[in-house]
Every structure is written in C-alpha cells, then in structure tokens.
Ligand binder design. Structure first.
Ligand SMILES: NC(=O)c1ccc[n+]([C@@H]2O[C@H](COP(=O)([O-])OP(=O)(O)OC[C@H]3O[C@@H](n4cnc5c(N)ncnc54)[C@H](O)[C@@H]3O)[C@@H](O)[C@H]2O)c1
Length: 263
C-alpha cells in the first residue's frame, strides 16, 4: 500500500498492542490512515505509541465488555471525526478439551474471539453509516477448518463462529455500503508466541507448513489491508486463509513426500 491509499481514513484495530495487531497498526499508519488501537494491556499500548510516528490514539479497553467498547468507539469518532475501518484482532486461545474446560473457560474464550468482534461491529456500524460506508475485517484462524495446533474446543468453536458472523454481517450491512470479511492465519511467530512456545512445537511448524516456516505478523497485516482497500471492493462475507499452505493437509512433510517419489 502506498502512503496515499488510506489518507483521510480512520481505522480502529482491537488487540492493537499485540503481535498481529501492532503490525496492522504500523501498516495503516504507513499507508496514511489515522489509527485507534484498542487493547487491555496499557504497558504495551504505551510501547506502541512510543514506536509509532503517525497519528495513533491508544485506548485501554476490554473488548469483551459492551459498555467499554461503545464508549471507546464514541471517543474515537469524537477525536478523529469519523470511523471508516474496524479490524478485530484481539483474540487468543486455551488448550482446554471438552473434559477439562469449565463453563468459565468456555465463556471467556468465546467471549474474546466471537462476542467481542460482534460488540465492536455493532458499535462501529452507526458511525460507518454516517460517513456512507466502511470496511470490517475480523482475524479468525485456520482453526475454523482444522483442529488447532495448541488451542482447544472453545477456540475452535469461536473461530468457526467468526465465519458465520462475517457472512451474516456482510449481508445485513451491505445496504450501508459496509463490507465485512475475515483473515484466517495459520502459525504466526509473534513476540508472545516466541515467549510461550515449547521447542518441539517451534521446530514442528516449519516441517508441516508447505512454505517451510512460521509466518510473520506483517504477512497477516497485508491481507487485512487488502480487505480494507478498494482493491477488494468486490469482496464481502468472505475470507482468506494465510497459513503458508498448511490447509492443503499434506500427510507428509516436503522432504518425506519427495523422498518417497525419488525426487
Ligand atoms: N499467532 C498465531 O499463530 C495466530 C494463529 C491463528 C490466529 N491468530 C489470531 O490472531 C489474533 C492476534 O493474535 P496474536 O498472535 O497477535 O496475539 P497476541 O497475544 O500477540 O495479541 C493479542 C492482543 O489482544 C489483546 N487482548 C486480549 N484480550 C483482550 C481483551 N479482552 N480486550 C482487549 N484486548 C485484548 C492482548 O493484550 C494482546 O495485545 C488473535 O485473534 C488470534 O486468535 C493468531
């Protein structure tokens, strides 16, 4: 995206202080947008602000709370005068199984990955209507289609729900000229992932992913900006999987596959 592509437009990025979120914030700033980052981690929001050279406002918000979301959206509209784009990035999982998940675990993970994007979409839609349209992107996961690597039943269910909500919102908001799409990452190496992942999983990913490596946060931010730009003006209610090819579902790693064929 060039410096002019998002000139004059205002984007809200939830989870804006995290790995994929902060890469998305920086991409928008580089493309000329004004950005409001919502995150519950004030320390990381401060770091984001310090690392950003463009117009970014930071909001310490728990996106699972309707009143907090609604209030923060109003503040952004008052500060920047309009809202054109919402990117729902805040999310995260838990390794719980049907047996181990408590009702609280289930509610927390579904609340963060599915209910929070719903609250944010509901809160921004009136502001987008006032400016004649907008773009909404929710970051889902390859877990909508496959068992997730480290996460459990609640995450898989919530990320699957993101696709249904995306389709419904795309239809309902189409008459307001608001497009709604989703980006579904596979394994992405973020600072938080780097800090928590065990050596076995770290080494396994490059063997399983056809591109042979972990993806970077920028490689998710770029398709997010695509869905927010006029280049995707014909797309709504759809998604793109960005996973280095993991979804093709090969039974072997590349080395074994070609060795079996003597190539
Ligand atoms: N990293 C991966 O491999 C991967 C793979 C598939 C999908 N995803 C999805 O991508 C998105 C971003 O993941 P990431 O790897 O950048 O994670 P991350 O942990 O680096 O960032 C998530 C951010 O969301 C914030 N957050 C969490 N709960 C919040 C709440 N209630 N209110 C406001 N902010 C909150 C966190 O403080 C953090 O800054 C998530 O939706 C995740 O499910 C990530």
């Amino acid at each position: 995206m060039s410096k002019q592509d998002f000139e004059g437009r205002v984007a809200i990025v939830t989870g804006g202080a995290g790995g994929i979120g902060s890469a998305t914030v920086q991409r928008f700033l580089a493309a000329g947008a004004k950005v409001a980052a919502f995150d519950r981690d004030q320390g990381r929001l401060d770091q984001l602000k310090a690392a950003s050279s463009g117009p970014v406002s930071i909001h310490c918000v728990d996106v699972t709370q309707w009143d907090a979301v609604s209030e923060a959206v109003d503040k952004v509209e008052a500060e920047f005068g309009r809202i054109d784009i919402l990117v729902n990035v805040a999310g995260g999982g838990s390794p719980t199984t049907i047996q181990s998940a408590t009702p609280e675990d289930w509610g927390r993970i579904v609340g963060l990955n599915l209910t929070a994007p719903f609250y944010c979409i509901k809160a921004v839609a009136p502001a987008m209507r006032r400016v004649g349209g907008g773009q909404i992107v929710t970051v889902g996961s390859l877990a909508a289609f496959q068992m997730s690597f480290n996460n459990g039943v609640s995450y898989t269910a919530a990320k699957s729900g993101v696709l249904g909500m995306t389709r419904h919102a795309a239809f309902e908001l189409s008459r307001d000229n608001i497009r709604v799409n989703a980006v579904l990452p596979g394994p992405v190496m973020t600072p938080q992932m780097d800090a928590k992942i065990d050596a076995k999983s770290r080494a396994a990913v490059p063997k399983q992913v056809p591109l042979g490596r972990w993806l970077s946060p920028d490689e998710i931010a770029d398709p997010i900006l695509f869905f927010c730009s006029d280049a995707s003006r014909g797309c709504t209610g759809t998604h793109v999987i960005v996973d280095g090819g993991l979804h093709v579902g090969a039974q072997y790693d590349r080395e074994t596959y070609f060795a079996k064929r003597g190539e």
